[in-house]
Structures are given as C-alpha cells and as structure tokens.
Design a protein around this ligand. Structure first.
Ligand code: NMX
Ligand code: MLT
Length: 472
C-alpha cells in the first residue's frame, strides 16, 4: 500500500516477522509477540477496535444527553467553559492541572522511563502513554527512540524552503514553513488521492505521517536555530541518543543537564487537552481530513500568538527588560512598580493567567523544582521567584483577572537561558516541537474514531437580540 512507502525500521521488522512462516509455530509466536510488544503501531492496532466500540456505544446509548448549557457569555467570551470537543490524550482540571491519560506530571515523573543517567521522563515514553493510555516499558521506549531516529530524514527542499525566508523572519515563521515543506511527503495525502485506503483505516497513513512529523520537527527546528543564531552549520542527528537529548544535541547543547531539561520540557509542553488554541486549530484543520502536516502547521500558527505559545518569549524579554532598567537585585517594592507600569501601559503580565487553570500551573511547579535542584542561585531564577510573590496579589487587585497565578511560560525561559539558550525569540519553536507529540497523537485517534468534520454554528448580534426578545 502507498502509505507504507515510508515504512520504518520497526515496520520492516514487523513484515520480516510475518515472512518467517517456515519457523515452527511456537517460535514464530514468540517472535511475533516480542516484535509487536515493542511496536507502537501494533499496540494501537490492538486497542483501536475496543475504543471504536466504546464510542459507538456512547453515541447510541447517550447521544442525546446534554453535557452543559450554552450561555450568551460563552458565545461572546471565546467559548470559555463550553464543552464541545472530544480529546482523548489529556484532560485539564482547573485546580489540579493537566493529566496525561489520567496521570499527573509528578506521577509521570515517577513512572515513565528515564535516560540511563537521568531522572526526567523520556518524551518517547510520554508519546507512548498519550497514544496507548499505557505506561511503556524501558524496552518499548528504546524501540520508539530508535524508530523516531530512523524516521528523522528531512529532504533537502525543506532546508531550501526555509532558506528562501530572510533571517529576519520570526523563528516560528521559519519553523512553520519548514513543516509545510515536510508535507510534500505526506503518506495520508497520497493514500487519499490514490483512493487506496478505506475510511476505517485512515488512521494508518495518519500514524505514518504523525510519527514522521514528530521525528522530523526537531531536525527542522534545530536548523532554524542554527541558521538564525549560529553559523548555519547543521549538527547531524545522533541515533544513539534519545529524542530530547538529540534535539538538545542538534541545537548545539551537549551538557547532560540541558539534555535533562529538554526531556522535561518536551514532556510537560506536549499536550494540554483539546481546547487550547494550537490543539484546537490542529484538530479543526485535521477534521477536514487535512493531513497531519497541514493540521500541525495550523496549530503552530496559533501557538505563535502572544496570548498562547509566544508568551514564553515575552516572559524572558520582559524579565530582561526589568533587569536592564532596575538591575538583577531589584527590591520587591520596585518590582511591584514595574508590574503596575506594565499593566498601566495596557499590556498583560506575560506568563500569568490562564483560560482554564485557576491555580499555579503544575508545569510551572515542576520547572521551579528543577531550578531549585540545579540552579538555585541563578539571579534570573531568583527574580522569577520574586515575581511569584509580587504578581498574584497585583492581578487579584485588578479585580478582573480570573487566575492570578503563573502558567508554564512564566518559568521556561530562565531555565533555557541558564544553559546558554538565550535567544528568547526562539522559545516558542521549542514549545512547538513538544506540542507535536500531543496534537499528532490526537490526530491519529481522530481518524481511528472516525470523528467528523468540525463545524459549529455561529450567530450574529441580530440573531442574539431576536432570540432574547422571543425568550422573554
Ligand atoms: N495580565 C494582565 N491582564 C490579564 C492577565 C495578565 N496576565 N490575565 C488576564 N488578564 C485580563 C484579560 O486581559 C482580561 O482583560 P479585559 O477584560 O480587559 O479584556 C481579564 O483579565 C479577564 O481575563 P481572564 O478571563 O482572566 O483570562 P482569559 O481566559 O481571557 O485569558 C490568557 C487567558 C492566558 C490569555 C490571559 O491570562 C493572558 O493574557 N495572560 C498573559 C499571557 C500569557 O501568559 N499567555 C500564556 C498562556 C499559556 N500558554 O502557553 O498558552
Ligand atoms: C497550553 O499549554 O496550551 C496553554 O496552557 C493554554 C491552554 O491550555 O489554553
């Protein structure tokens, strides 16, 4: 089949296992069993039919049960609090924060396999968890690491597409252009055009695209970094390294601590249920049966907005502006004045507030723990800690901010900055690489579950006025 042209090492292993028909039955069973246990796609093949049945039952037994009321505030207020999307890979609780397939960040840190000399979860393990709902073994994670490294080939025209942009183009523009250029190799698009895949199997070429995309985005992203901020030389992927360590290596950072940070960073930024701008954009575009590259590029364009993923850039630039104006050892009183100055000039305090969360983001907390462990004396970390004391009471005093607490972006920049990745403008690209794990995993499930075209109803103010007068 066409979509199998981009076949991976594991897929080849799978077909080799099938070909070994001359082996005795028992030996063959053992080998097949071993290979398929290590093979993510085979695992999904087993799980998908159960979940398809589950969805069918939900629809037929409970399809007409209301799950909430839609108010005018929701229609006018960015659909806050409106339940309207199915998203299997993660779920956000306003007080507790994110759970990946039911597991909190501290639980993931405890149970997901780490690198041999490390402690933080390997992102491959999280990807396995997001896709299957199961905690993978070390062997499964190693196999997925190898599979991703094997899939990480980026055609020359992708670099050329990026090179066509001026160096002044924002890194997110360059990155999204690179992702669009990767789309040329979409297995889903080819399979659909050639009409060789039945609807019930759309998830298979989507799987190939999703895994290829996840494997290739660190290569594209690191090229953007080296082109913009270094001498443009490419550091090739090292297939002995895991996903996070490889990304750090290709960017040009080989310290063990930066590799650990990258593993943690990719893990915690990977997914945040379905309603955030990037996930929702990816899901929406995917619902038109646009392939994962097209869908993920749309997600990246949403991530590039300052109220969403660009906030990590804004935070470090803002912190550096505090230091430039008032010095690293700024007093809390001075810091308060600076925060008010920002608010009075009509700007938001970047890194604070959230559309759903109502407590400190656990992604902030685990980055703070990382900093306390590895860089407690860093002056910028100390400034971030001071902001944690100063900003929430001020935002509360404003009276309109629903969540005065810090989000994930309030912390990530100072950690990266400490290890030498000082170019704040690049930070959203790191977020984007990480988000490929969650968005692409859900896209596979979107196709596996046969989710339909997304097409909510919109109304205008005339319609609302009329509706109000009729309902009075
Ligand atoms: N600084 C100043 N004002 C704020 C902030 C903040 N950090 N957070 C919310 N507000 C304002 C908001 O602009 C709105 O004002 P107005 O009514 O005048 O338009 C008011 O408070 C109510 O907003 P909320 O309902 O609390 O928040 P909403 O759900 O609309 O927006 C954010 C959520 C995240 C967009 C908002 O909190 C914000 O702009 N934060 C700063 C940017 C940021 O850190 N974004 C990153 C989010 C995480 N991520 O990675 O995506
Ligand atoms: C995210 O990680 O996507 C952000 O926290 C924004 C959100 O969840 O709305």
């Amino acid at each position: 089949m066409v979509f199998l042209r981009g076949v991976s090492a594991i897929s080849r292993l799978r077909s080799r296992v099938v070909k070994q028909s001359s082996l005795s039955n028992s030996v063959r069973w053992l080998q097949t069993q071993g290979a398929s246990e290590l093979d993510l796609k085979s695992q999904l093949q087993e799980i998908i039919p159960e979940q398809q049945d589950r969805l069918k039952k939900l629809k037929s037994q409970h399809g007409t049960v209301p799950v909430g009321n839609i108010t005018v505030d929701m229609v006018l207020g960015g659909m806050r609090g409106m339940t309207g999307l199915l998203w299997e890979t993660s779920l956000l609780d306003a007080e507790e924060g994110i759970r990946f397939r039911g597991m909190s960040i501290p639980e993931c840190q405890k149970v997901l396999p780490a690198a041999q000399s490390g402690e933080e979860p390997l992102p491959e393990g999280l990807l396995w968890l997001l896709l299957t709902g199961k905690v993978p073994s070390k062997e499964q994670v190693n196999a997925l690491s190898k599979e991703l490294a094997h899939r990480a080939t980026v055609p020359d025209y992708v670099y050329k597409a990026i090179n066509a942009l001026p160096l002044s183009a924002h890194p997110m523009t360059q990155f999204a252009s690179g992702v669009m250029a990767l789309q040329v190799e979409s297995e889903f698009q080819k399979a659909y055009e050639e009409g060789v895949v039945h609807k019930s199997k759309y998830w298979e070429p989507t799987f190939e695209d999703a895994l290829n995309l996840i494997a290739r985005v660190p290569v594209v992203a690191s090229y953007v970094y080296r082109r913009m901020f270094k001498d443009g030389s490419i550091i090739p992927l090292d297939d002995s390294l895991d996903y996070g360590a490889n990304f750090s290596h290709m960017l040009g950072f080989d310290s063990p601590q930066m590799k650990e940070l990258m593993r943690l960073y990719i893990t915690i930024h990977s997914d945040h249920e379905g309603g955030n701008v990037s996930a929702h954009a990816g899901h929406l575009v995917g619902s038109a049966l646009s392939d994962p590259y097209l869908s993920f590029a749309a997600a990246l364009n949403g991530l590039a907005g300052p109220l969403h993923g660009l906030a990590n850039q804004e935070v470090l630039l803002w912190i550096k502006s505090v230091v430039a104006e008032c010095g690293e050892n700024i007093s809390k009183e001075h810091l308060k004045d600076y925060v008010w100055k920002t608010l009075n000039s009509g700007k938001v305090v970047p890194g604070y507030g959230h559309g759903v969360l109502r407590k400190t983001d656990p992604r902030y907390v685990c980055q703070r723990e990382f900093a306390l462990k590895h860089l407690p004396d860093d002056p910028l970390f100390q400034l971030v800690s001071k902001l944690y004391e100063v900003v929430p009471p001020i935002l509360t005093e404003l009276g309109k901010v629903k969540n005065p607490w810090p989000n994930v972006d309030a912390h990530s920049g100072v950690l990266l900055n400490y290890y030498g990745l000082t170019e704040a403008k690049y930070y959203t690209v790191l977020f984007g690489v990480s988000r490929s794990l969650g968005i692409c995993s859900q896209l596979i499930w979107d196709r596996a579950l046969g989710l339909p075209l997304e097409r909510p109803k919109s109304v205008n103010m005339d319609w609302l006025d009329k509706f109000m007068s009729l309902s009075r």
